[in-house]
Write a protein that binds this ligand. Structure first.
Ligand SMILES: Nc1ncnc2c1ncn2[C@@H]1O[C@H](COP(=O)(O)OP(=O)(O)OP(=O)(O)O)[C@@H](O)[C@H]1O
Length: 275
C-alpha cells in the first residue's frame, strides 16, 4: 500500500479505560509513642474504571490504611493519589465511593430499608426518592421482601448484603470493601462471592476489595495486589484474565490454581518469620 493510501485508511483509536484510582510513590508513616510505623512505603498502582481489584497480605501490611487513604480518611506522608481524576477529598465530597466494613454496622433500631435510606437522608433527598433508591439497591442484593425487617431478624450474610446496599445507595462509581465477608462461614461466603460478582457485572462499578483469602481474591478479581508488612509495600500485581461471568467451578481449573499458586508464592516471599 502506498503512503498516500495508508494515510486514507481511517485509524481506529484505542482509548484506554479511564483511571478510577492512580497512586504514585505513596508513603504513610504513623508517628507513635514507640517510634514511627511505616504503614505504607512507595505504593504505586493504577486501577482502571470497572476493574475488580483485591488487596491481599498478612495482618499489618497496610491494606486498610491504603483503603482509608483512597477514602480520604488518612493523609499520606508522601506521594500522590487521584480518585476518579480528583483528590481523595474531592472524591469524598462528591460521594464517588461507598465503603463496606467487615462488620455490617447497621443501626438495630432502624429497619433494613431505613438503614439503607440513612445516607440519603443525610444528603437531604426527598422521602419518595430515598425509598425508591433503597428498594432498588435492596433488590440488587437480593433482599427484596426484607425491607421492613430489623437487622437482628436477618442472618449475618443478609446483614452484610444490606450494608452493601447502603454503600450503593447514592450510586457511587467506586465500591471500597474492607474484608466484608471475613466473619462469615465458607458456604455463605461462597454464595456472597457469586452474588457480588453478579452485582459488579450488572453495575459496572470499580471495586477495591480487601481479603485474607487467596481463593476469594482469585475468584473475584481482575487484578490482585499482593502486599507485605514492615514496611507495608506491594510485592506483586497479578492480572486475572478469567471471563467476567465466571462461576465457582472455575476454582477447579488449572488456570485458577496457577494464579492462586502465584499469590501464595508472593505471600510466602513477603512473609516475615517471627510475626
Ligand atoms: N492510627 C494508627 N496509628 C498508628 N499505627 C497504625 C494506625 N493505623 C494502623 N497502624 C499500623 O499500620 C500498620 C498497617 O495497618 P493496617 O490496619 O493498614 O494493616 P492491614 O493490612 O489492614 O491489617 P489487618 O489485615 O490486620 O486488618 C500496622 O502496623 C498498624 O498497627
Amino acid at each position: 500500500m502506498s503512503a498516500a493510501n495508508a494515510s486514507a485508511v481511517p485509524r481506529t483509536e484505542v482509548t484506554p479505560p479511564p483511571k478510577a484510582i492512580s497512586v504514585r510513590g505513596l508513603d504513610l508513616t504513623f508517628a507513635t509513642a514507640d517510634g514511627p510505623v511505616y504503614a505504607l512505603s512507595d505504593i504505586s498502582i493504577d486501577i482502571a474504571a470497572g476493574e475488580f481489584v483485591s488487596l491481599i497480605g498478612p495482618s499489618g501490611c497496610g491494606k486498610t490504611t491504603l483503603m482509608r487513604v483512597i477514602a480520604d480518611l488518612e493523609q499520606p506522608t508522601a506521594g500522590s493519589i487521584e480518585v476518579d481524576g480528583r483528590t481523595p477529598e474531592e472524591a469524598r465530597l462528591a460521594r464517588r465511593y461507598g465503603y463496606v466494613f467487615q462488620a455490617p454496622a447497621l443501626y438495630p433500631w432502624r429497619t433494613i430499608e431505613r438503614n439503607v435510606m440513612l445516607p440519603l437522608e443525610i444528603m437531604g433527598l426527598p422521602k419518595a426518592e430515598r425509598l425508591e433508591r433503597a428498594r432498588k439497591q435492596l433488590a440488587l442484593v437480593n433482599l427484596a421482601g426484607f425491607e421492613r425487617k430489623f437487622p437482628w431478624q436477618l442472618s449475618g450474610g443478609m446483614q452484610q448484603r444490606a450494608s452493601i446496599a447502603r454503600a450503593l445507595s447514592f450510586e457511587p462509581a467506586l465500591l471500597l470493601m474492607d474484608e466484608p465477608f471475613g466473619a462469615l462461614d465458607e458456604i455463605v461466603r461462597d454464595h456472597l462471592n457469586e452474588e457480588l460478582l453478579k452485582l459488579w457485572r450488572a453495575t459496572a462499578k470499580t471495586v477495591v476489595f480487601v481479603t485474607h483469602s487467596i481463593q476469594e481474591a482469585v475468584f473475584l478479581s481482575t487484578k490482585i495486589v499482593v502486599m507485605s508488612p514492615r514496611p507495608g509495600r506491594i510485592i506483586d500485581v497479578i492480572d486475572c484474565d478469567f471471563p467476567r461471568d465466571r462461576d465457582l467451578s472455575i476454582r477447579e481449573t488449572p488456570e485458577f490454581i496457577a494464579v492462586a499458586h502465584r499469590v501464595r508464592e508472593g505471600l510466602r516471599a513477603g512473609h516475615a518469620y517471627g510475626d
